[in-house]
Design a protein around this ligand. Structure first.
Ligand code: Q0Z
Length: 287
């Protein structure tokens, strides 16, 4: 029987969200890529499939930590049917290494989101322990780091449960990634509540768009690290003198091919599953 038409409900930089019915959403990952916060006009073929497959892989393996929104992976490999939740009004960020806005905040204040850090840390250094460093959900512009007290104000008495869940998820994914030669420097995900008020992992999980993955064999603290997936794009964008404002440059075909290969390498290293197998049958990542 044909299904009812999906209704578009939201656009992200590289994903689209549709309502299937009152209880279900369809999350579709495009092949668009963004860098320096700008969507680049050239697609990276299969990027959306890689990210959808990785999220599915992690959802299947973290169910013992927290249930998730995934109902089904569609045959196209880029569309996820999911439960419609009441999303918590904050981004859950966990950092195992000090980089990005965490490094900026540390340099300015010695703290990140109210966590007082040891003196003398160097850029990209591993933290003594992973930190829950939540941020606001900016509708436009950048998410802003917030303190534990500000987070507790936003989500109420579930703060400790959320923090514990976020740290457990990070520790699981970081340990798995490390065993595959990849450092999970930090990650961002979203939690929601189901109709019973239970915490549920939603959106995407431990993808290159929501996490910093660094190749472990080239890790060297004291400087910014090269990105596993986007480095060729960044290098190309820098080489043409782009000013990092809209619109970004078109990418030449070798940069597209190198970048596509890095996404597929990330998928295969992290999942241990060949990408061709995934394309033939997306649900392989769930088994
Ligand atoms: C996710 C987003 C995207 C634009 C809402 N399971 C869920 N229940 C309720 N809401 C969401 C989810 Cl995943 C939800 N977003 C982020 C994704 C395009 C915005 F693909 N917004």
């Amino acid at each position: 029987m044909p299904e009812t038409q999906a209704t578009h409900v939201a656009s992200g930089k590289v994903r689209e969200l549709y309502a299937l019915d009152d209880e279900r959403l369809l999350l579709v990952a495009s092949d668009r890529i963004s860098t320096f916060d700008v969507v680049i006009p050239t697609d990276i073929p299969d990027k959306g499939r890689v990210l959808t497959g990785l999220s599915g892989f992690w959802f299947a393996r973290t169910r013992q930590i927290v249930p998730n929104h995934l109902l089904a992976l569609r045959d196209d490999g880029r569309s996820t049917e999911c439960r419609r939740l009441e999303m918590l009004p904050l981004e859950c960020v966990v950092r195992g290494y000090i980089t990005g806005s965490g490094w900026k905040d540390y340099l300015a204040t010695g703290e990140v989101c109210g966590h007082v850090l040891p003196k003398g840390l160097t850029e990209s250094e591993r933290l003594p322990q992973p930190l829950f460093t939540p941020s606001t959900k900016a509708q436009t512009g950048h998410d802003e780091n917030i303190t534990r007290d500000q987070a507790a104000e936003l989500i109420g008495d579930r703060f400790e449960e959320v923090e514990r869940t976020a740290l457990d998820l990070y520790r699981f994914a970081a340990a798995h990634s490390e065993s595959r030669g990849i450092i999970l420097a930090d990650t961002k995900f979203e939690l929601g509540l189901d109709a019973d008020g239970a915490l549920v992992l939603a959106d995407e999980a431990f993808t290159p768009d929501s996490s910093r993955f660094w190749p472990a064999d080239r890790y060297s603290p004291g400087r910014a690290q090269r990105s596993f997936d986007k480095q060729y794009v960044r290098d190309y964008c820098e080489s043409v003198g782009w000013d990092k404002t809209y619109p970004g440059p078109e990418l030449p075909e070798e940069v597209v091919a190198e970048t596509r290969a890095k996404y597929i390498e990330a998928f295969e290293r992290l999942t241990g599953i060949s990408f061709d197998e995934y394309v033939a049958d997306p649900e392989v990542v769930l088994r």
